[in-house]
Design a protein around this ligand. Sequence first.
Ligand code: ADP
Ligand code: MG
Length: 700
Amino acid sequence: MRPMVLDPLFAPVSTLPGVGPKIAKLLSEFIGSRPESDATVADLLFHIPHSVIDRRHRPGIAYSENGDVVTLDVTIDRHHPGPRGGKVPYRITAFDDTGSISFVFFHPRRDWLEKQFPPGERRIVSGKVEWFNERPQMVHPDYVLAPDEAETMPAIEPIYPMTAGLSPKTLQKALFAALDRLPELPEWQNEPYLRQTGWPSFNDALTTVHRPQERQDVQPESEYIQRLAYDEVLASQLALALVRAQMRQQGGIARKPSGQLQQSVINALPFSLTKGQADAIKDINDDLAEPVRMLRLLQGDVGSGKTVVALAAVAQMVEAGAQACVMAPTEILARQHFASMKPVCDAAGLRIALLTGKDTAKNRRATQEQLDDGTIDLVVGTHALFQGSVTFKDLGLVVVDEQHRFGVHQRLALSSKGKGVDVLVMTATPIPRTLLLSTFGDMDVSKLTEKPAGRKPITTVSASLNRLEEVVGRIRAALADGQKAYWVCPLVEESEKIDLAAVEERHRVLEHALNMRVSLVHGRMTADEKDAAMQDFKTGVTRLLVATTVIEVGVDVPDATIIVIEHAERFGLAQLHQLRGRVGRGDKASTCLLLYKGPLGETAGARLNIMRQTNDGFLIAEEDLKLRGGGEILGTRQSGTPGFRIARAEDHADLMEVARDDSRLILATDPNLESARGKALRCLLYLFGRDEAIRLLRAG
Ligand code: ADP
Ligand code: MG
C-alpha cells in the first residue's frame, strides 16, 4: 500500500484551484505519467522549468537589445488607439531617461488599457523588446504595474515546457497550489551523503526549482536539480536492483558440466572465435556455474557474432542436463536463427527445433511433446510464442535476441517458465553506458567490440536527393555486376499511410527505371507476404529490395552489398547505424549511400557526418546521446532521457553510477526495505512511479 503521507501528491490535478476538467485533461496528456489515469499533483511538481526569465534585467529603453526580456521603469506618454476595427494595432508611447518606446496591442480592450497606462504616470513594464525600423517596441507586455505593486512581479520567473491551450499563468497558479500541498516527507537519502554533497531536502529542492531565486537554480548542475535528479535515478536504480535481487533469489542452479559439448560447438564452427566472443563465453560459463541466476546482457553490433555466443551458452546448459530456448522478435528472425544454428547443432549433437505460428496443430503438438519429454534440447521461436502456453521438461536457459521491447515486465514474466532459469539477453543496439544503467542496471554486461576477422569495411557516402538519377544509374550498374541492394524508403513521421504510399511509389519507379522485378517489404504486408519477398531477395530471384524500416532488425542476406537510405536526414543515428548493418555481412566490400534532402539542419548534418566517419556502434551511440540530448529543440527538456522526467543522461551520468552502487548497498543491508530509511525509500519508489518493485518485496 502506498504510504498515506503521499496521498496529497497522488490527488488528481483537477483538485487544484484553477484546474477545471479541460485543463486537467490537457495536463494528463502533456505530463501525466500513467496513460490510464489523470495527471497527479506529483506529476505536475515534476514538470520542472527548463530556464528562467530574469526580470531584474533593467538596461533602460535605449540599451535594450532586440529580443531581450527587460523590465522598464517608464512614464506613460500618449495613447494612439488607431481607427476602430482597423488593422492598425493600438499603440501606447512611453519614455525613460534613455529614450522612448511603444507598447503594442492587437485586439485591444480599450478601457483596460486606459486604466493600466494612465498618461503622465510611472509604470513598471516587463516584456520582450523588439526593434522595428530602428525603434524599440514591446508587443503585449507580460507585466504592467504601478510602482507600489512592483514587488508582486517575481524577480526570476521560471519558464516551463508548454503545450497548446495551457497558459503560463494557469500552469504557474496550479504549481504554486501544488507546492502548498507538499507534505513533510521522511528523508530517504543518506545523511552523510547529503552533507557531503550539500544538497537540500526534497521539499526545498522542489520548491526552489519552481520558485527560483537565481538563474542557475534551474540549471542541470544546480544543487536543487541535482538533488531531484538523484532522487529520480535512485528510484529507478533501486527498482532495478529489487528486480535483480528477486530474480537472483529464486534459486539459480549451479551448472558445472565438463564443457565438452560447448567445445564440440566451437569445433564445428568454420572460423575461430574473436577475443570478445571467447571472453563473453567465459563470463557466461562463470555465471552458469554460480548457484544464482544468470542475468546477462550481451551487447554487440550487428555482425559481431552474438549467435555463436548464444549457442555456446546453450551447449553448456544442455550438457548440464537442461533445455534452452532462443526467442526472436519476429518470425523471420526466428527462422534465420534456426537456419544458421542448425548445421552447428547437428555437427555438435544438439537437438534443435523451430516453433512458429505457422506450424500445423499436429506439428506443434509433436514439438510440444518432444519438449515435454526432453527429446528437444533447444527450441527457437518468437517472443510471442513463448509468452503463450509452451512448456518444457526442464528449461534452464532463455536467450532473448534483440531486446528492444524486452522490458522489466517481460524479464519477470520469464520466471514462470522454469525454476531459476538463466537469462541471456542479446542486443545489437549499442547503448551508451548511462542509458545502459538506467534500463539494464539489473543485468551484468558482456560486450563484443570487435568484428570477426576478414570483414570488409562499409564505405558510407552521402548525396543529395537531387542526384537521384545518377544514383539509380549506379545501382543499375551494380546490379548488372551481380550485386544485391537494399533501398530503404523515407520515414514519414506520424503517418503510416504516407509511408506506405512513398514506398510503393519508389518501388514502382525503380522497377520501371531498372526494368526488372524488384521486391517490396513494408509493415502493412502479412507475415507470409513479407517472408516470400525476403525469400526472393535472399535466393536471388530479385536483386533489389525496396523496404520501409521493417528490415531494420536483424535481417541477414550476406551477399547484399549496397544499402540506399532515402531521406537519411529524417532518421536518428541509432537507426541509420542499424540499417547500415544490413550490409557488410559477407566477404565483399559494401557501400551505404545516404540520400538526403537539403538544406540539412545542424543536427541532421552532424548525424550524417558521424555516419561517414565511423562504423563503431558504441561510438555512434555516445554521439547519438550527445546530439539528442542537446536536441533540435535546444533549451527544452522535451528531448530528455526516456523514462526520466528530471534526470538527463547527458547531464547526470555520474549520478546514475552512484545510484547503482547506492541501491545495491541499500539492498545488501536492508533487503526488504524495513529500516527507517528503507521505509522512506518506499515513499521514493512510489513518488517516481517505480512502485512495481515494491510488490516484489511483498511477494518475496
Ligand atoms: P549478430 O551479432 O549480428 O547476431 P551473427 O551472430 O549473425 O551476428 O554473425 C554474423 C556473421 O558472422 C555470421 O555469418 C557468423 O557466422 C559470422 N561469424 C560469427 N563469428 C565469427 C568469427 N569469430 N569469425 C568469422 N565469422 C564469424
Ligand atoms: Mg543476431
